[in-house]
Ligand binder design. Structure first.
Ligand code: AMP
Ligand code: MG
Length: 312
């Protein structure tokens, strides 16, 4: 682990330019970064995380000009959104520039964003590279919101820049701009309400369109963001029949409930603490976590998405 001072940043930039990887803080979660132009370096991310090759990575850049250079086409909508929300937790998917290697299964598109974290921006500047970076954890596991989470999940990462706890604590919202209507690929930190105010109608993933909940379509459904403990979602943690559940059992509720972990009833505050709470319960050795489902409203879309995948 290293402090993100001048010396730490210089060492991190050297490692990145040499084709290896560095973990760094962003405002969403900690990222595991590599030179997006180096297939070898990007391959190292997939190897360390044990991430399936079909899952593409987001490329982090210092500013809109750097983003445009990675794109074959830069729609007017991308300009509007970037002007409003960058630096910030919004990822845009656009057509990929031919000189950028395909990252994961994404053959003709690239996902790009400018992170709102001074350490991430300082690292982008010090390295002079666009950084492909997924969350800095083993594939399927809980995303890291502190440097300590990173070290425990990925002990072999050559360097982790410690920037304290992430302010959003949940991944960026991913919006696909390659079609006629912007399409939500992943709900995240930036809410749909705020996005719609900026761009108008947004197409949602299939099942979300049907019933307003964040359930992923069957084809996409997969385990992700998951603690070691078994996760069970329920309306009321007191009503769950516990006899068949692995012991010990923890409960996670939000304000007003009675739980081992009690999170905020505000969706943004809840999201900011969600992964840290799951890490705490895992570390405490619970074998089952009963989670009180938050309200089925759009403000909770990203939280429902993460909870349903953690329970998958
Ligand atoms: P993570 O790296 O774990 O934050 O996840 C990145 C997510 O961004 C992936 O799961 C994809 O859903 C999405 N993504 C990244 N690149 C692309 C792309 N080129 N096309 C579509 N989705 C993408
Ligand atoms: Mg991830």
């Amino acid at each position: 682990m290293a402090r993100p001072d001048a010396d730490g940043l210089r060492r991190a930039a050297e490692i990145l330019r040499a084709g290896s990887v560095v973990a760094f803080p962003t405002e969403t979660v900690y990222g595991l970064g590599a030179d997006a132009f180096s297939e070898k370096a990007v391959g190292e991310i997939y190897r360390l995380k044990n991430r399936p090759s079909w899952n593409p990575l987001i490329v982090h850049v210092a500013d809109v000009a750097a983003a445009r250079k990675l794109a074959a086409e830069w729609p007017a909508q991308a300009d509007d959104l970037a002007a409003r929300f960058w630096p910030g937790p919004l990822t845009l998917v656009v057509r990929r520039a031919p000189h950028l290697p395909g990252i994961g299964a994404a053959n003709d598109t690239v996902a790009v964003r400018v992170p709102a974290h001074e350490v991430a921006l300082a690292l982008l500047e010090a390295s002079g590279l666009p950084l492909a970076a997924p969350s800095a954890n083993r594939s399927e596991g809980i995303s890291p919101t502190t440097a300590d989470h990173v070290v425990r999940s990925l002990p072999d990462v050559p360097l982790v820049l410690d920037g304290g706890a992430c302010s959003w604590g949940i991944e960026s919202t991913v919006l696909d701009l390659t079609g006629d209507v912007p399409r939500l690929l992943r709900p995240g930190a930036l809410s749909l309400r705020v996005l719609r105010d900026a761009v108008g109608p947004i197409a949602l993933p299939e099942s979300a369109t049907e019933d307003g909940t964040a359930r992923p379509s069957p084809g996409m459904s997969r385990r992700h963001y998951a603690p070691r403990a078994k996760v069970v979602l329920c309306k009321d943690v007191r009503d769950v029949e516990r006899s068949g559940l692995p012991e010990p059992v923890a409960t996670m509720t939000y304000e007003g409930g009675d739980g081992t972990e009690i999170l905020s009833a505000d969706p943004r505050e809840y999201a900011a603490d969600l992964y840290a709470a799951l890490h705490r319960l895992d570390d405490a050795g619970f074998a089952t976590i009963l989670i009180q489902e938050p309200p089925q409203t759009e403000d909770w879309l990203a939280v429902h998405d993460r909870l349903s995948r953690a329970a998958a």
